[in-house]
Design a protein around this ligand. Structure first.
Ligand code: OSB
Ligand code: MG
Length: 364
C-alpha cells in the first residue's frame, strides 16, 4: 500500500471582512491536506487561522503537530476512533488532531463508497442553515440582515463585543422584531459585566453564545442563573467530558459543535449525543472554511442529533471563487449534503495550486 500525504497552504480573500470581538479577518489562510492511497484521494482542512485568537492553536502549531506527531500514526489508515485513541496522550491540539481525523473519515467513507453524511450515522438528508454576521459599520447592519432574511436563513447570528451590544441588538430588533436572532460575544465579557449581559434579555434572543472566558464553565453557570436568554457554549466546550460537565453544573443550554475545536467528527458525534441526553440542543458552527471544511460541517449538520440551524452558509457567502468545483446551494434555509462517496467535493486542483502560498509533502 502506497500512501502519500501532501498539503497546500491556501489564501483565499473573503468577500467581506469578518469582524468579531477578537479581530478582523480579511482572508482565509488554511492548510488543506490530501491523502492518496489505493486510488482514493481524501481531503481535509485545518480550522486553524494565522493568529491564535479564537483558540491557542494556529496554522504553525497545527502543522508542527501534524508533521512531527500525528502523521506518524496513520500509515496503517486507522479508523478515526482508533486514531483518536492513539493520540490521546498528546494534550490538546484538537484542531490539528481533527484535521487528520477528518482526513481518515473522508478516506474510509470513500473506500466504502458511502457519502460522509450517511457514513456518520442517521442522517436527516439536509442541514438547517443560519448565518453568522460579523460586526459591521452602522449603516450596513440592517441591509445585511435584510439580505440574509430574504435568502431564507433560518437564524441570524450577530457578532457583538463589550460596549457595542446595545447598539447592534437594538438596531436589529427594531427593524426585525420577529426573526430568530442570536448573538455571539466570543468571550468578550466577564461576570462583572452582569448588568450589561442582563440587559440583553430584552432582545428575546434564541441564545447568547460564549459570553465569558474561553476556558470557563463555572462563571457561565452563575451567569445562566441570572439570565432568561439561553446560554450557548462554543470556545469552552473542547471535549465530550467538558460538554458533560457543563450540563452537569447547569452552565449551558445549547452547544455550538465545531469539529475542529473538539478534535474531529468522532468527538462531535459524542458531544451531540451527550447534549441530547441532557435535553440540550446542538448545532454545527463554522470557521469560515473553504468548500472542503464546509462539506464536513454540512455532513455533520445533517445528522439527526443536530437540531438547530448552524453557521453553515453556502460557499458564495465567503468567496467569489472557492477551491471546489461543486458548491452548496441553499434552498428555503436548508442545504443538502453531497451524495457521492466521502465529503463529495470535487477539488479544483488548478485553482488550489494557484491560490497556494506554500505546498509540500509530509513523509509518513
Ligand atoms: O465564534 O463562531 C465563531 C468564525 C471564526 C471564528 C469563530 C467564529 C466564527 C463564526 C463564523 O461565527 C462561522 C462561519 O460562517 O463559518
Ligand atoms: Mg462562536
Amino acid at each position: 500500500m502506497t500512501l502519500k500525504l501532501s498539503y497546500n497552504l491556501v489564501k483565499l480573500p473573503l468577500l467581506t471582512p469578518f469582524t468579531t470581538s477578537f479581530g478582523t479577518q480579511v482572508d482565509r489562510v488554511a492548510y488543506v491536506f490530501t491523502l492518496e492511497s489505493d486510488g482514493i484521494t481524501a481531503y481535509s482542512e485545518s480550522t486553524t487561522d494565522v493568529d491564535p485568537f479564537y483558540s491557542y492553536e494556529d496554522n504553525i502549531t497545527a502543522m508542527h503537530l501534524i508533521r512531527d506527531y500525528l502523521s506518524k500514526e496513520i500509515s496503517d489508515l486507522p479508523t478515526p476512533q482508533a486514531f483518536m485513541e492513539r493520540v490521546e496522550h498528546i494534550k490538546g491540539h484538537n484542531m490539528a488532531k481533527a484535521t487528520v481525523e477528518m482526513l481518515l473519515w473522508d478516506y474510509h467513507s470513500k473506500s466504502s463508497g458511502i457519502s460522509l453524511h450517511k457514513y456518520l450515522g442517521k442522517s436527516k438528508g439536509y442541514a438547517d442553515v443560519g448565518i453568522s454576521i460579523g460586526m459591521l459599520e452602522e449603516d450596513k447592519l440592517v441591509p445585511t440582515i435584510m439580505n440574509a432574511v430574504n435568502k431564507g436563513y433560518k437564524r441570524i447570528k450577530l457578532k457583538i463585543s463589550k460596549g457595542k451590544e446595545t447598539k447592534i441588538l437594538s438596531t436589529a430588533r427594531l427593524s426585525f422584531p420577529d426573526i430568530t436572532l442570536s448573538a455571539d460575544a466570543n468571550c468578550d465579557y466577564r461576570l462583572e459585566d452582569i448588568e450589561t449581559l442582563q440587559s440583553i434579555d430584552q432582545y428575546n434572543l434564541a441564545y447568547l453564545e460564549q459570553p465569558l472566558g474561553h476556558d470557563d464553565i463555572i462563571d457561565h453557570a452563575s451567569l445562566r442563573q441570572t439570565l432568561s436568554t439561553p446560554i450557548c457554549l462554543d470556545e469552552a466546550v473542547t471535549s465530550p467530558d467538558l460538554a458533560r460537565e457543563a450540563f452537569q453544573i447547569d452552565a449551558v443550554d445549547i452547544v455550538n459543535i465545531k469539529p475542529g475545536r473538539v478534535g474531529g467528527l468522532y468527538n462531535s458525534l459524542k458531544i451531540a449525543e451527550i447534549v441530547q441526553n441532557y435535553g440540550g440542543h446542538a448545532w454545527v458552527g463554522g470557521m469560515l472554511e473553504t468548500g472542503i471544511g464546509r462539506a464536513f460541517n454540512i455532513a455533520l449538520a445533517s445528522n439527526h442529533l443536530i437540531d438547530m440551524p448552524g453557521d453553515t452558509s453556502p460557499n458564495e457567502k465567503y468567496f467569489s471563487k472557492d477551491i471546489v468545483r461543486n458548491v452548496f446551494k441553499m434552498d428555503k434555509g436548508t442545504i443538502a449534503p453531497f451524495e457521492s462517496p466521502g465529503i463529495g467535493v470535487v477539488v479544483d486542483t488548478e485553482y488550489l495550486a494557484m491560490m497556494s502560498i506554500e505546498s509540500g509533502e509530509i513523509p509518513i
